[in-house]
Design a protein around this ligand. Structure first.
Ligand code: NAD
Length: 311
């Protein structure tokens, strides 16, 4: 019989993940507040590292983890893990891609409606005693064009919900989008410039990489319609924040919904002072359901990996 894996959990995860792993006989060390320095001194001897987005699994950490077999991300984005270096050391990197689909999609729809109907601004004014009903003329989603950049798991689900709200869907992806999905939501498949120039709302769902860093640069952003909104729940570095701020300040676009920032938490509070910008603190996957599902998916994947390694 193989020796049980030693699992170091470095970020807070739903307790179901710890329960499943412990029941399966793994030796689980739950240290959700572990510092980067402590992680480096402790990592040696563990077979598995489990992280969310707080912990950076850099080359230095991987180098010190002589027994590491798997690095597991309880979530989607892998940009806090040096995946290339892990691969070079034969360490597998896994994630829970499927867990956040609903949570992020619903935040996108919520942000679009909030911006289009000026809900946060209306609330904030009323809380100051200002009944400004006459000036709060919003816009409706129905009949508008939604541009989806990155038609993967989340992008596709956003398209389905938006279709149910009677929006028209435009999609762009570097890989071909399935004919079945195009037919399902009546998607117009366009190049990126056309999508940006034609959409009333744009939602970004591509991963952060050297290819997508500042994909939405000053040039692309300036192609947006004056009446259009940009929603980013993907990663901060994908949008050039300075260029976006300038466009918003000069009222060259209608507004933006930002769940992610290039530096988190943002040092610069400039977006928070704008009435047409809705900022949230990276809460895309922060639902009870998504957190539980992510922890469960990762625990089950790890048990499967352990069984595979044991035969
Ligand atoms: P996914 O891998 O299913 O989809 C990503 C899509 O982007 C793919 O179809 C891919 O082909 C496409 N793509 C990649 N590079 C592209 C480019 N240069 N131009 C156009 N398309 C490109 O991923 P997903 O599950 O839909 O998640 C998308 C992203 O959402 C994640 O990478 C993550 O960064 C982010 N995310 C954020 C939160 C949050 O809390 N806000 C939660 C989960 C995921």
């Amino acid at each position: 019989m193989s020796t049980a894996w030693r699992v170091l959990i470095c970020d807070s995860i739903d307790k179901i993940g710890v329960e499943i792993l412990t029941k399966a006989g793994m030796i689980v060390d739950y240290q959700p507040e572990i510092s980067f320095e402590k992680l480096q001194s402790l990592v040696n001897g563990y077979d598995v590292l489990v992280v969310r987005s707080r912990t950076t699994v850099s080359k230095e950490v991987i180098e010190k983890g002589n027994s590491l077999k798997v690095i597991a991300r309880v979530g989607v984005g892998l940009d806090n893990i040096d995946t290339n270096y892990a691969k070079s050391k034969n360490i597998e990197v896994i994630n829970a891609q499927e867990a956040a689909i609903n949570a992020v999609s619903e935040l996108v729809i919520g942000s679009m409606i909030s911006l289009a109907r000026l809900i946060p601004f209306a609330h904030s004014e009323l809380s100051k005693g200002n009944w400004i009903k006459k000036s709060l003329i919003g816009t409706e989603l129905s009949g508008k064009y939604l541009g989806i950049v990155g038609v993967g798991n989340i992008g596709r689900n956003v398209g389905r919900i938006a279709r149910a709200l009677r929006m028209n869907i435009i999609g762009y992806d570097i890989y071909p989008i399935s004919r079945e999905y195009i037919n399902e939501v009546g998607m117009i498949n366009a190049d990126l410039n056309t999508l940006v120039e034609s959409s009333d709302f744009i939602t970004i769902h591509v991963p952060l990489s050297s290819d997508t860093y500042h994909l939405f640069d000053g040039d692309l952003l300036s192609r947006m319609k004056k009446s259009s909104y940009l929603i980013n729940t993907s990663r901060g570095g994908i949008v050039d924040e300075t260029a976006l701020y300038d466009l918003l300040k000069d009222q060259k676009i209608a507004g933006a919904g930002l769940d992610v920032f290039e530096v988190e938490p943002p040092v610069d509070k400039k977006f928070l002072e704008m009435p047409n910008v809705l900022c949230t603190p990276h809460i895309g996957a922060q639902t009870k359901e998504a957190q539980e599902l992510a922890a469960r998916v990762i625990a089950e994947k790890l048990i499967h990996k352990f069984q595979e390694a044991s035969v």
